[in-house]
Design a protein around this ligand. Sequence first.
Ligand code: NAD
Ligand code: TDX
Length: 332
Amino acid sequence: MARLLVTGGAGFIGSNFVHHVVANTDHHVTVLDKLTYAGNLASLEGLPEDRVRFVQGDICDAAIVDELFDQADSVVHYAAESHNDNSLNDPRPFLDTNIIGTYVLLEAARRHETRYHHISTDEVYGDLELDDPERFTEQTPYNPSSPYSSTKAGSDLLVRAWVRSFGVQATISNCSNNYGPYQHVEKFIPRQITNVIRGIRPKLYGRGENVRDWIHAEDHSSAVLAILEGGRIGETYLIGADGEKNNKDVVAMILRLMGLPEDAFDHVTDRAGHDLRYAIDSSKLREELGWEPRFGDFEAGLADTIRWYRDHESWWADAKGATEAFYASKGQ
Ligand code: NAD
Ligand code: TDX
């Protein structure tokens, strides 16, 4: 049994991780989460109170961070401002949480000599051409495009520097696009599913040819646990499940699975600086740690996700109005 501190555990991927840890280990979990617009305590409902404790707080608050590191064996850092479109509208919170917040955690890891795992994204590598046969590897140079991805890249570089300069016991993982339950309705897949439920036509940025490499959040969680248990200190591991699809095909699949014609969507204003394609080569993780994704069938995973949003309207209803009002103000 270990005591895990999970930052951002009331968000999409963090809450999936907490459910995964409770179901698959005997670890005890403390969640530290600020409950920004993206955090939702309902995502942690049903978890055993003797295994999971929730603390509301900011990762930039060194006092609360210090107190919680003192009580933890390992830390998994998910908390972030995570949405590219928001970062184009107002970058400041991205600098505060993603850069300063990570700095505060690293200083605590250094003081307490705590094992630290840093959650990051494939977006730090920039984008690939649509017809490029290459995929990102751990050797791909950093080349982020957006305020969001540049702050994530900055946070990764802080982790590398704290490992080398101060001997912090850290690992990093960079994962591709996640889907599954508990994802905020601002993100592509839940936005389109909840649009269809509400009778709104799905909205595709630009021509819809941009490619994302989809992985189920449950597979991301099992990979993070494998790295936490067996990853080599100082190393970076890319996490991906060979799930490349263009946005138009994903919207068509959602529409088909929800009983509508595949062309019942609108093209809207493209995202500024919109990355063309992400693709992950996860050979290192698979070969070193024996990890394999379990959700190989994207269409089946998407059908499950659609069912989850249909069954959990109370989880997302409050956020839907404000999210669509924001997009409408941007012509999206
Ligand atoms: P999310 O926006 O759903 O959740 C973020 C959580 O962090 C929320 O609960 C929020 O309340 C909390 N938070 C924000 N600022 C905080 C602060 N200052 N202090 C404490 N808590 C704070 O994000 P997500 O999609 O679950 O992403 C989680 C992590 O995974 C992020 O680091 C993101 O960069 C990374 N990631 C996401 C994806 C993806 O597809 N969503 C892919 C790869 C990596
Ligand atoms: O309404 C939409 N229409 C649309 O065409 C939205 C919200 C998005 N899109 C497009 C933009 C992207 O090409 O869909 C794709 C996915 O968009 P997002 O869900 O916003 O994800 P993305 O920008 O790819 O970033 C995600 O994956 C990497 C997460 O939000 C990041 O946190 C993660 O680092």
